[in-house]
Design a protein around this ligand. Structure first.
Ligand code: NI
Length: 192
């Protein structure tokens, strides 16, 4: 089932999401809905708060990102061919590497793209959909998407990383999104 994506301005996007325990929700069903929602809106990542669930769950698929990239561009990223995974109760253990800029967007903040600088490497502790624990190092585009989604479960958004001046320039557009004055081809939920 495709779920509506919560738009900028909704308080759920500013909550620090809670860890989940096995059996707390129908996780299998929820994750199926997350994938369906993410692909229906052409996203490469989706976090549970974006579908109005204040829990520490996010999905990432950078495989599709690499598939749509030219061979020459793929070479710029060490994480080729990407990754598809579900991250439960993720916790950043260490950030390292030279920060690099990349133009980011967000399904909750449609039609806005801004360059965001993030560290290149993240060591992450998390569980998969079977609650099996992992500790893994991610780099490249995959680290980028993971850090963007991780922000969501911490109540942060990519626009928090841009300069106050740039944010000021976006104010009108952000207010429009809050009010539902934005045209998107996927289902959204506005906080009016
Ligand atoms: Ni986002």
């Amino acid at each position: 089932m495709t779920l509506p994506i919560v738009a900028y301005g909704h308080p759920v996007l500013r909550n620090v999401a809670s860890p989940i325990t096995p059996g707390q929700i129908d996780l299998e069903r929820f994750i199926e809905d997350m994938w369906e929602t993410m692909y229906a809106s052409n996203g490469v990542g989706l976090a549970a708060p974006q579908v109005n669930q204040p829990i520490r769950v996010f999905t990432v698929d950078t495989l599709q990102l690499f598939e749509s990239m030219e061979e020459s561009e793929q070479k710029n990223y060490p994480d080729k061919p990407g990754l598809k995974a579900v991250f439960i109760n993720a916790k950043i253990l260490e950030l390292s590497g030279e920060p690099w800029p990349y133009s980011e967007g967000c399904l909750s903040i449609p039609k806005i793209h801004e360059s965001v600088s993030r560290p290149s490497t993240v060591r992450l502790q998390y569980m998969n959909e079977k609650f099996e624990p992992f500790e893994q190092v991610f780099t490249g585009i995959t680290a980028r998407v993971i850090l963007h989604e991780y922000d969501h479960i911490e109540g942060k958004l990519f626009i928090d990383h841009i300069s106050p001046l740039k944010r000021k320039l976006l104010k009108g557009k952000l207010t429009d999104i809050t009010k539902g004055k934005v045209a998107v081809d996927y289902k959204m939920k506005f906080h009016l």
